[in-house]
Design a protein around this ligand. Structure first.
Ligand code: SF4
Ligand code: SF4
Length: 287
């Protein structure tokens, strides 16, 4: 089974939830940090990274001597990453999405596959579980291609047990890409107007995927009841409520996994694990 921990906005406790779930996961699991722009699951889980691989995207490289300035590559490129101006071929590799269209249409063989570094894929182990993390290169604007590289490994990783994904926050392309493979989505929020606003956006964005979704309310005893009322009205199960406490905040600030550091939270996250598993298994059984 694949489980994704997501949130409508950053700072709600998504990685706290993911790391705490990792600590109570009682089956083999691969922990995957797909928040490639700002991966921080490793700060809590402190994995032993044994393999760091550079990841690349294929971009065109031009041989100007062969180019006849026909413009076919410019016409097919949806991202204005290649053009012809005043008879000169111009390639903008940073804007290229790696679709390969220009290479396919060039009648002169003037384009060949080059590469642009996307970032790194780091692999290792954390607490006896397999650990995989994507880390986008500083200055690289596109995270989905790096995420796709990691997601391609899911069929193989899934043979070793479950997969638990720390997804990027928000509702843009990277967030959607991160939950697409999941059998179950956990939406972490907090009971504040900002938390509620972004929770609703995330729920609306992920709902068309038709996957079981449940809420985790972090700092549950702060703020108001709007999130709870929305969940009730829309039949979104609340799978866990994490209290606000100085003890939790201090453990977090020390980079500790709160389900390990604070005894009662172990049970909270074990219950969350059970709720997620029941929802995912019911979905698969009904498929
Ligand atoms: S590979 Fe695709 S996106 Fe990149 S320049 Fe060629 S057509 Fe454009
Ligand atoms: S399609 Fe090939 S020949 Fe035509 S402009 Fe592009 S690179 Fe040059």
């Amino acid at each position: 089974m694949i489980y994704a921990v997501a949130s409508g906005k950053g700072g709600t406790g998504k990685t706290t939830t993911c790391s705490s779930l990792a600590a109570v996961w009682d089956r083999p699991v691969t922990l995957v940090d797909l928040d490639v722009e700002e991966p921080n699951l490793h700060l809590f889980l402190k994995p032993d990274l044994s393999d760091i691989e550079k990841a690349y995207i294929e971009v065109p490289e031009a041989d100007e001597d062969k180019c006849t300035s026909c413009g076919l590559c410019r016409d097919i490129c949806q991202f204005k990453a290649i053009t012809v101006m005043a008879g000169t071929l111009l390639v903008f590799p940073e804007m290229c999405h790696g679709c390969g269209g220009c290479l396919a249409v060039c009648p002169e063989g003037a384009l060949s596959p080059g590469k642009r570094e996307l970032g790194e894929i780091c692999r290792g182990t954390a607490d006896g579980h397999a650990f995989v993390m994507g880390r986008l290169r500083v200055g690289e604007a596109m995270s989905p291609p790096l995420m796709r590289r990691i997601r391609k490994e899911f069929p193989e990783l899934g043979k070793g047990g479950d997969i638990l994904i720390d997804a990027p926050p928000g509702v843009s392309c990277p967030a959607i890409a991160a939950v697409t493979d999941a059998d179950c989505i956990v939406l972490v929020t907090e009971p504040t107007p900002f938390g509620f606003h972004d929770f609703k956006l995330a729920w609306e964005a992920f709902k068309p995927l038709n996957k079981p979704m449940g809420a985790v309310i972090n700092r549950a005893d702060l703020g108001d009841t709007a999130v709870l009322e929305f969940c009730k009205a829309n039949r979104i199960p609340v799978w866990a409520e994490i209290p606000y406490s100085r003890e939790i905040a201090e453990a977090y600030s020390r980079g500790e996994v709160v389900s390990k550091a604070i005894a009662p939270l172990k049970e909270t996250f074990a219950d969350l694990r059970g709720n997620m598993r029941a929802a995912a298994e019911k979905e698969v059984a009904n498929a």
